[in-house]
Design a protein around this ligand. Structure first.
Ligand code: PLP
Length: 456
């Protein structure tokens, strides 16, 4: 396989040229999916006994397969939660791959894990959690939420033998991300949803707790608040909820997978007050910290509790825990053993640009949401559903039915022009279909927003 080294170097240059040309660019159309059979017809058999050769495979990638993907960093991709990894982070993602580091244990990955931890210290400092708090990088927010939930459940079980035979119960709101519900299933705990898609307030939480049966109250061990709902950017009353959790002796988890990046922004930092009282926090650097996929993070006030829940035992693993291997072992704090040092691209990008640039880039996303809000208010065809919150803007096209939003989304996507998708917003007892912008990419311009609104 080494014979192809020269060829590989040349191809690496091609890949770099290709990459630099397309990152965060509006020159290229937003790709769209094709059926698997259609893609197969275009590229033919690619896995063969002899191999088709890297050059051919790369050509097929560029010509057909790349175009069947939606680049999340396209400045007119404002759907779901887009992303916008920095060039520095992308470049270091290649270095991360080329270094072949096993990121589970310090013994093997000290250099990489050291860098991850430097980046993590900065993230932890944004939360204001007390001394001793620390975290690890995960594959994403879902995995981070799972590890936080499992840590909370194991802690609760350790408090009382009766808890070991009970099914645990957590409370969150309907504004919480789908992964909370999905991971509650994985962790085999029940979930109770407070019926608000708006800010979850301490009083609403208190009255739900007061309404529990004695048995339910026994089983209740955690509350999950959201630091920036994915749909609307709403931040729950973190301080109030923290107080309730303290009084009721419940684990307080804050899911800030999307919103966590905004902790760096002075203009909105106060909205997160109370997050420093959390027992655990989820933040996705691959959302608003400009990291490439995949990079989530889970942070614990008391990391030793996560270790109790996650640490793996095995005779062949003992050496890693030896004094001689002294250091921080990321595997102990989340569900993966073998893991990529996925925090490394973030470290390099932070080191390259400095944290002030991160602050400015996040503030730009917040500003774009405010700008879009004003443009919507000035446009007679559309109106705001609610004021922009963080970088989310919910708006309606006057007179449109749900299917109009769907057609409009497909039309812009098919042209490769923009990806803006409909969502639902709860109004009383019914759900209204509306449109939604979510800004992450600081390269998005006012003109991009105007062009999109003009297509409505
Ligand atoms: C995106 C998101 C998640 C899930 O994160 P993944 O990285 O996609 O697994 C969880 N919670 C919130 C609030 C999110 O916005």
């Amino acid at each position: 396989m080494h014979k192809i080294d020269i060829e590989l170097v040349e191809m690496t240059m091609d890949v770099m040229k290709y990459a630099i040309d397309r990152i965060s660019s509006t020159k290229n159309k937003i790709g769209k999916p094709k059926k698997a059979e259609e893609l197969k017809a275009l590229v033919g058999e690619t896995i063969t006994k002899e191999g088709i050769g890297g050059e051919v495979a790369f050509k097929l990638w560029k010509k057909h397969l790349a175009k069947a993907n939606v680049p999340v960093d396209h400045p007119r991709n404002l759907a779901f939660v887009p992303a916008s990894p920095t060039r520095a982070a992308i470049m270091f993602d290649l270095v991360t791959s080329v270094s072949s580091i096993h990121g589970a244990y310090w013994m093997e990955g000290a250099g990489g894990i050291f860098c991850e931890n430097e980046a993590m210290k900065w993230i932890v400092s944004l939360t204001g959690l007390p001394e001793g708090a620390f975290g690890v990088f995960t594959s994403g927010g879902t995995a981070a939420n799972l590890s936080a939930l499992v840590t909370a459940r194991e802690y609760w079980r350790s408090l009382d033998n009766q808890n070991k035979v009970e099914k645990g119960l957590i409370i969150t709101s309907i504004g919480a991300h789908s992964s909370i519900k999905a991971m509650a299933k994985v962790a085999d705990v029940d979930i109770l949803l407070v019926d608000t898609e708006d800010c979850l307030e301490a009083d609403a939480l208190k009255s739900v707790i007061a309404g529990l049966t004695t048995h339910q109250r026994q089983r209740l061990f955690a509350v999950v608040a959201t630091g920036g709902t994915t749909n609307a950017g709403i931040i729950d009353d973190l301080d109030g909820i923290a107080t309730v959790c303290q009084q009721e002796q419940l684990w307080f988890h804050v899911d800030a997978a999307y919103g966590g990046g905004a902790l760096v922004a002075d203009s909105v930092r106060h909205l997160f007050n109370g997050i420093e009282k959390a027992d655990s926090i989820t933040i996705d650097p691959h959302k608003w910290m400009f990291s490439p996929y995949d990079c989530g993070a889970v942070i614990y006030k008391k990391p030793e509790l996560a270790k109790k829940a996650h640490s793996q035992e095995g005779s062949y693993l003992d050496i890693f825990k030896d004094e001689g291997a002294h250091g921080f072992n990321p595997t102990d704090y989340q569900i993966q053993l073998t893991r990529r040092v996925r925090g490394l691209p973030l470290w390099f990008s932070l080191a390259t640009h400095g944290t002030d640039r991160y602050k400015a880039a996040v503030e730009r996303g917040l500003e774009l949401a405010q700008i879009a809000g004003r443009m919507i208010e000035e446009n007679p065809n559309v109106e705001l559903v609610r004021p922009p919150s963080l970088s989310c803007v919910l708006f309606r096209r006057k007179g449109w039915q749900p299917e109009d939003y769907t057609h409009w989304t497909y039309e812009n996507h098919n042209k490769g022009f923009a990806l803006v998708t409909p969502t639902k917003w709860k109004k009383g007892d019914t759900f209204e279909t509306v449109s939604r912008f979510c800004f992450i990419n600081p390269d998005t311009t006012e003109n991009d927003i105007q062009m999109i609104l003009d297509t409505m």
